[in-house]
Design a protein around this ligand. Structure first.
Ligand code: NDP
Length: 305
């Protein structure tokens, strides 16, 4: 991977059959998306030489520059873009068309250029769903889901879990403002009986003890090795068939995951979600089946070496 992300004024230009793909964010230097996508593209190009000229980069774009940047990317021969902090919600204003799941979530992580128009998608929920299945063997229908956090990633998780038939989605968040925004968004589209929420001040441990939950950390607490666990009860008090998924993948084992491990619960980190959401984005752009395992292998090699 190139050491430094591009700025908009220095992005490579592409002419067919070459195609540009990129992840846009600010900051963006931490993103390993090019490692995943370029590994999968090199596999695709072995099967079909049309993909030989495709490449994926990181581009540093500030929030206020996104709308203009989308015009520049279209002119420079880019077909697909991923969006990360701070663009996922703001991009809603700049796209020409919106997929129904992205519209429900209220955030976009994938853009595809078709006939000069940017189509917006959200593949984070798909990525989480696949990750829960493949890493933890969990099925969402009729499950009880406890989501820690109420930001963009939590929105995608909550909508996907409700769409997939979870019996309960409980959101626990630090600030009441974001919690209430998310609860009211969900209540507009799903049965109220399936949705609940708490902050630290009204969380009642007794309602969770000895029950089997799929606990999902969608807060940024854990990104630093020193961060405490975002969960306000010990994992040992959950039902024994509970599982814990942390969307954070660096560090690979957060305090929450270490606690889940000590409690004997199945657990996994967010690398699989990153991989499956990326694979889905690449499938949208290429219209080909993408080997997610190849992306996972490339990511693991990157972190180990
Ligand atoms: P947002 O900024 O939209 O949301 C952040 C959330 O974290 C909010 O609910 C916020 O609570 C909470 N939070 C932040 N700091 C603290 C704290 N000190 N104590 C308790 N809660 C806190 O971020 P995203 O939703 O986009 O991302 C959330 C996490 O998910 C990040 O770690 C990100 O890296 C990860 N992620 C992983 C993906 C993957 O593919 N594996 C994909 C997308 C995200 P409050 O409302 O109170 O501020």
């Amino acid at each position: 991977m190139r050491k430094r992300p591009f700025f908009l004024e220095e992005i490579p230009q592409f002419t067919l059959p070459s195609i540009g793909l990129a992840v846009l964010g600010h900051p963006i230097s931490h993103s390993i998306s090019p490692v995943l996508h370029n590994a999968a593209l090199s596999d695709l190009s072995l099967k079909d030489s049309a993909f030989k000229g495709w490449s994926y980069h990181r581009v540093d774009i500030k929030a206020e520059n996104l709308a203009n940047a989308l015009v520049t990317f279209a002119e420079a021969g880019y077909l697909g873009l991923n969006l990360t902090i701070p663009h996922k919600v703001e991009a809603l204003k700049s796209v020409d068309r919106l997929d129904s799941e992205a519209s429900l979530i209220g955030a976009i992580n994938t853009l595809c250029l078709r006939d000069g128009e940017w189509f917006g998608y959200n593949t984070d929920g798909y990525g989480l769903h696949q990750a829960l299945r493949k890493d933890l063997g969990c099925e969402i229908p009729n499950s009880k889901i406890l989501i820690l956090g109420a930001g963009g990633a939590a929105r995608a998780a909550a909508v996907k879990c409700l769409l997939e038939g979870a019996s309960t989605v409980h959101i626990h968040n630090r600030s009441p403002e974001r919690l209430h925004d998310l609860l009211s968004l969900l209540s507009n589209h799903f049965e109220h009986s399936r949705i609940s929420g708490t902050t630290v001040s009204n969380f009642r441990k007794v309602e969770f003890i000895d029950q089997d939950w799929i606990v999902i950390n969608a807060t940024s607490l854990g990104l630093s090795e020193e961060d405490p666990s975002p969960f306000c009860m010990p994992c040992t008090e959950l039902g024994k068939k509970s599982v814990v998924y942390d969307m954070i993948y660096n560090p690979a084992k957060t305090k929450l995951l270490a606690e889940a491990d000590e409690a004997g619960l199945s657990f996994a980190n967010g690398l699989s979600m990153l991989v499956y959401q990326a694979a889905k984005s690449l499938e949208i752009w290429t219209d080909q089946e993408v080997c997610a395992e190849r992306m996972l292998e490339a990511a693991k090699n990157y972190f180990s070496g």
